[in-house]
Design a protein around this ligand. Structure first.
Ligand code: RIB
Length: 298
């Protein structure tokens, strides 16, 4: 299979606990849940695109432990090409997640096997990176793995630098678009030596001025902003009752990239992606909350 989209990124097992409110430092609270579901920003984005109908390959790593199976189950089910997900000598990435009564989350990630997705690893798994129409990257793998993927990509590069980590400036500026939330946009501007404070439209315009061909700034329930040389445009989000926002940004990114490779404009792709993000927050978990083809209109 020639992938439309190759994701080079993380695979995690998400250990999720629900709480009425998030604990304060030093505080013990009672919670519920404790189940393990598939996660990882790379895997989530691959899963979101594949469930909607994209041909997707994933380059990543898992460990030989019991979490590898639940971490990858929905990727297999969605038809993601897993040929280049290698078992390495470390634990499968683990995310410890709390979700409060308002659906807001905190996440701590233990990289484990994801830390092995470095420059040499990506070079070894270069075939789907070189072949893809679009390569999608996040910030949960080592910076030299990120840079190697950009160097090998022959198609469009889309970057969702979440979390914001230091990556080579030239590799970062290859993003078209750069996708970030408001907080991440400020940190990326700071990484580029620029002022990271301001209203979302200012941040988006400043990122374009910094050298990104295009920028998508996600604003949660408020939708998103699309920015390029033609200016900054607002994209609305449907109003929904959120129960769990984990992985909503990843659902947006995967859906957005699927529509881009299907030929949509940035703006049209963002409108659809906002609908997919809104759908995902009405259900629990990351990948288990993602729509299948036909569940969301475009
Ligand atoms: O974006 C949500 C994801 O962040 C979770 O699935 C978790 O694994 C962390 O990577």
């Amino acid at each position: 299979m020639t992938p439309q989209i190759t994701v080079v990124g993380s695979v995690n097992a998400d250990l999720t606990v629900t709480v009425d409110r998030h604990p304060l430092p030093g505080e013990t609270l009672l919670g519920a849940g404790g189940g393990v579901t598939p996660g990882g920003k790379g895997a989530n984005q691959a899963c979101a695109a594949a469930r909607l109908g994209a041909q997707v390959a994933l380059v990543g790593a898992v460990g030989p432990d019991a979490n590898a199976e639940p971490a990858t189950a929905l990727l297999h089910e969605a038809g993601v090409d897993m040929t280049h997900v290698e078992e390495v000598a470390d634990v499968t990435g683990l995310a410890v997640i709390t979700v409060d009564a308002a659906g807001e989350n905190t996440i701590i990630v233990v990289p484990g096997a994801n830390a092995k997705v470095d420059g040499a690893f990506v070079a070894k798994h270069r075939a789907p990176v070189e072949a893809a129409e679009l390569v999608l990257l996040q910030g949960e793998i080592p910076a030299d793995g990120f840079a190697q993927a950009v160097a090998l990509a022959r198609g469009r590069v889309v970057v969702n630098l979440a979390p914001v980590v230091e990556v080579p400036r030239g590799a970062l500026l290859a993003a078209d678009p750069l996708m970030a939330n408001e907080h991440e946009a400020g940190l990326i501007l700071a990484q580029l030596g620029l002022d990271g404070v301001g209203a979302p439209p200012e941040l988006a315009a400043r990122l374009v001025d910094a050298g990104f061909a295009s920028v998508v700034l996600t604003l949660g329930a408020e939708g998103a902003l699309v920015a390029d040389a033609d200016g900054v445009r607002a994209v609305p989000s449907p109003r929904v009752e959120a129960v769990d926002t984990v992985g909503a940004g990843d659902a947006f990114a995967g859906a957005f990239c699927w529509r881009l490779v299907e030929g949509d404009t940035l703006d049209d792709a963002a409108v659809f992606a906002a609908r997919v993000g809104a759908y995902s927050v009405t259900r629990r978990g990351a990948q288990p909350s993602y729509p299948l083809a036909g569940d969301v209109q475009h």
